[in-house]
Design a protein around this ligand. Structure first.
Ligand code: ZN
Length: 314
């Protein structure tokens, strides 16, 4: 019988050991689960404040040059819309207003970690936005101006007056399609006059440029833009968003060795005030402006034509 008794004891001892091991394993597993849950929750919070800081910096960036107050206000507003309280956000505007930094803080939340006596901490995110020079655009107006033409920013001008496009130093631009072929033809040109070229035009691009353009389609295109803009907002000089159809982004070009091919060297912006006359006598009045724009690409530096965009850097 002693044999059986011994066997029973061994069995009981082993059961006891199993319970101990199970308890220890569960503690470890619970701890790991808690850690994973806390890390997950805080990772999401970290991403959220990073996104909020970026959005706030970009919003502030659009106001650079309009005063510290305007920059701060715009940044704070967007930070708040992204779930940050004003006391969580710190905004530093550069002295010369060429950039701003948004710092956001939030408390790390430990839900399970507390069980293991871990302390709550702080998480921080910073986003920096600087003024930049646009080097590429969507929706450019398909008329280019030669670099040698001087643009008068001080007064209202007729875009087709003799000092400007009327001087002959300009042309209708044709851009390349995906296959590298120039998109020419009256209907394509009319589309671009109304809506701009849908692709990207970048400094350094070589495009086809031909003078002797019929004013009829240009007049129609501009009129269409004025009508379209009126559907979304009341237009005014300095009061239009940069994507208003009345803001024309004009490529500035230089000739190349190839006839009718030019190279884009920069961009200028013209705000259309009014259109009058018809046919060859069409007058397009407006102002050259230095707007803040949404560019397809930008680099550090200043545009000679006063166009600014912003870049998010960390
Ligand atoms: Zn407008």
């Amino acid at each position: 019988m002693t044999v059986y008794k011994r066997a029973g004891e061994i069995l009981r001892e082993q059961r006891g050991a199993t319970v101990v091991i199970l308890a220890a394993a569960m503690t470890v597993m619970l701890g790991m689960t808690a850690l994973v849950a806390d890390v997950g929750v805080n990772y999401l919070r970290q991403v959220k404040i990073a996104v909020a800081a970026d959005a706030a910096a970009l919003a502030g960036g659009t106001q650079l040059g309009k005063g510290r107050e305007a920059v701060t206000q715009a940044a704070l507003e967007i930070a708040e819309k992204n779930g940050l309280a004003p006391e969580q956000v710190m905004i530093e505007v550069d002295e010369d207003q060429t950039g701003l930094t948004v710092r956001a803080v939030a408390a790390t939340k430990l839900i399970f970690g507390k069980l293991f006596k871990l302390q709550d901490g702080q998480m921080k995110q910073a986003a920096r936005v600087v003024r930049a020079r646009p080097v590429a655009f969507y929706n450019v107006f398909p008329l280019g101006v030669e670099e040698s033409v001087s643009l008068d920013y001080s007064k209202q001008v007729n875009l087709f007056g003799k000092e400007l496009l009327g001087s002959g130093n300009w042309g209708a631009l044709s851009f390349k399609d995906a296959d590298g072929k120039y998109m020419t033809g009256a209907s394509v040109f009319r589309e671009f006059l109304k809506y701009g070229y849908s692709g990207v035009v970048e400094i350094g691009d070589v495009v086809l440029c031909k003078g002797g353009v019929n004013m009829g389609p240009i007049s129609d295109g501009i009129q269409h833009r004025i009508n379209e803009a009126a559907k979304t907002h009341p237009c005014s000089l300095g009061g239009c968003p940069s994507d208003c159809p009345r803001v024309l982004i004009l490529p500035i070009y230089n000739e190349t060795a190839v006839k009718d091919e030019v190279v884009v060297v920069d961009f200028a912006a013209f705000w259309v005030a009014s259109i009058s006359g018809s046919g060859a006598k069409t007058e397009v009045w407006g102002h050259f402006i230095r707007p803040h724009v949404r560019a397809a690409a930008s680099v550090e530096g200043e545009s000679k034509y006063g166009l600014t965009s912003i870049r998010l850097i960390r």
